[in-house]
Write a protein that binds this ligand. Structure first.
Ligand SMILES: C[S@@+](CC[C@H](N)C(=O)[O-])C[C@H]1O[C@@H](n2cnc3c(N)ncnc32)[C@H](O)[C@@H]1O
Length: 238
């Protein structure tokens, strides 16, 4: 899609949303490949249907700490994290259907029982969660929404962070990463000024890239384009 087409689509979306909420994503349609189509049937039990209520109740061990990843893309890094942390439960939320199918395919073939995914706006899902119920929220390489008139679509803004803070457990963390320097500065500005959050790297700093965070598709693209990667980990302190 050209930039002009994208702009036009966003204008249409804005008009459509005149009386509705501003969303942080654009639905893109692309065909599913064979394994993705098969995965939706074969591993359909890994997909939650919206509305889902309390995400913890969908696991065999609901008492285990819950990680929620917002916008996992094709899901490879989420699957690797779930595989590396069998003592935790993971839920991935995405609106891109081929990504959901790919993630389910990889989770299913790996035999994972601690990962579920769903096709929904993460904001709506978070609203349904009880307060203080999520251990970790991950937001890796969110759409940077580079133009000023699209800034309201950025995920990291005060209003959305207030919701995240409400749903995180005390001591739980919000982990974001971006390769877009202006968004990194924006994130730091928003997050460092949230009184319920503590920057684990110290105010004004990004967190050294944790080696336990697998590289994502958009991270790889950013690195290939010569971008610097910034991680931020904030803990809920009140
Ligand atoms: C730039 S991509 C990054 C994908 C992946 N995290 C990566 O690093 O490769 C951002 C993704 O977030 C998804 N997204 C954005 N806002 C979302 C929301 N509110 N709920 C669910 N998914 C969302 C988009 O559909 C898109 O696939």
């Amino acid at each position: 899609m050209s930039n002009d087409q994208l702009d036009q689509q966003v204008v249409e979306l804005d008009n459509l949303n005149e009386h509705r909420e501003i969303v942080t994503f654009m639905r893109r349609s692309s065909p599913l490949n064979t394994s993705q189509r098969t995965a939706l049937e074969q591993y359909g039990h890994l997909i939650l249907e919206y509305p889902v209520g309390d995400l913890r109740q969908h696991f065999e061990h609901p008492e285990r700490p819950l990680t929620v990843e917002i916008g996992f893309g094709m899901g490879r890094s989420l699957v690797l994290m779930a595989q590396a942390n069998p003592e935790r439960n993971f839920v991935g939320i995405e609106v891109h259907v081929p990504g959901i199918a790919q993630c389910v395919y990889e989770a299913g073939t790996a035999g994972l029982s601690n990962l579920r995914v769903l096709d929904a706006d993460a904001i709506q899902v978070l609203r349904e969660m009880p307060d203080n119920s999520i251990n970790t929220v991950q937001l890796y390489f969110p759409d940077p929404w580079q133009k000023k008139r699209h800034f309201k679509r950025r995920f990291v803004v005060d209003e959305r962070m207030e919701l995240i803070e409400q749903k995180l457990e005390m001591g739980g963390t919000f982990h974001a990463a971006t390769d877009w320097e202006p968004y990194a500065e924006w994130m730091l500005d928003v997050l460092d000024n949230r009184s319920r959050l503590e920057n684990l790297a110290g105010k004004g700093n990004s967190y050294p890239r944790p080696e336990w965070r697998p590289q994502t598709k958009f991270e790889r693209r950013g690195i290939e384009a010569g971008h610097k990667i910034n991680d931020f980990i904030f803990k809920k302190i009140s």
